[in-house]
Design a protein around this ligand. Sequence first.
Ligand code: KG4
Ligand code: ZN
Length: 346
Amino acid sequence: MRELTLRKLTLGIETSCDDTSVALVDDNGTVHGQWMAGQVAGHTPFGGVVPELASRLHSEALMPLIDQAISSVEGGWSRIGLIATTSRPGLIGSLLVGVVTAKTLSLSFDLPLVGVNHIHGHIFSVFLDSQIQFPYVCLVVSGGHTHLYHVKSFTDITLLGQTRDDAAGEAFDKFSNILSLGFPGGPIVDKIAKSGNAKAYAFPRSMIRDENFEFSFSGLKSAALREVEGLPKPIRDSTKSDLAASYQEAICDVLIQKLKWAQKKMGVKNVAIAGGVSANSRLRARAEEWAQSEGLNLAIPPMKYCTDNAAMIAFAGVKRFQQGVKSDQTLTPKSSSLAEDFYEPS
Ligand code: KG4
Ligand code: ZN
């Protein structure tokens, strides 16, 4: 009887970039806990993520987080039924910390292991503590990705299009660097844009009229750089806010337009936005406004599941495991995620 009430949990591990995260999630996507160690303080003096430093900080933070997670549940390790770890794409040294730890724990506790594609994690993050129906179109916008997917099931995902150059998050981060606002740029730009005028500067909306699912943000970044170079120094805070609001609006216009096309073309009623940039308050507001006016079901994860997190890795992992996918001690991290190996766990 007790066995029935104490369901097995998946231990998720995420170390693909600069967030060390561990989570315990059940098969339904209910998150029993998530433990995080961010690295912002470590990387801030360098203005961006330093890969070697990221790996070192992951190796220091990961096991204590796992210990916390395991000791939080009655029964400890006996409650764990699966270990899921991000195995691609990401910084190779960072991924290695998670993969090696997961393999060791799998061997030590005789637990099955599954390597998870980080992008699957973002795509299915909309199931965490909430519900969305298949099929849906999903815009994955993060520091490394700006991808549009048609998601028909946990196994049937079609890439509709992606950025040709910079990712949306990268565009936010680069803009922040141009104005020396700080790192990571997205949340800072989001904050100062709130008091700015989004019409103050006419930034380009690359490819917005092209009825395809491709994006380009490098021209926007160059336009911002030129604009900033031409301004008298020091730049006033109100000008920085106007620049941020105008820049953010240009990104949101393109993202929303492409999402609208994808929704129309795929003929779906369910739409999702995931990844770090889905935490952007303006993007969320614009998407909600659109979904409401069209009678669509919109899913955007709560903030804690937008940026990199282990709960989404655990959930994507358990779904892959239920489909018969399993990794073993040969699981190796890969920095890239090619279209042809999108579904492969290792
Ligand atoms: O998904 P994520 O945590 O890591 C990757 O997989 O890349 O996304 C990180 C990205 C960064 O570029 C960060 O600046 C951006 O998400 N980001 C935001 C916001 N919060 C995080 N961008 C815009 N507005 C935000 N509020
Ligand atoms: Zn991510």
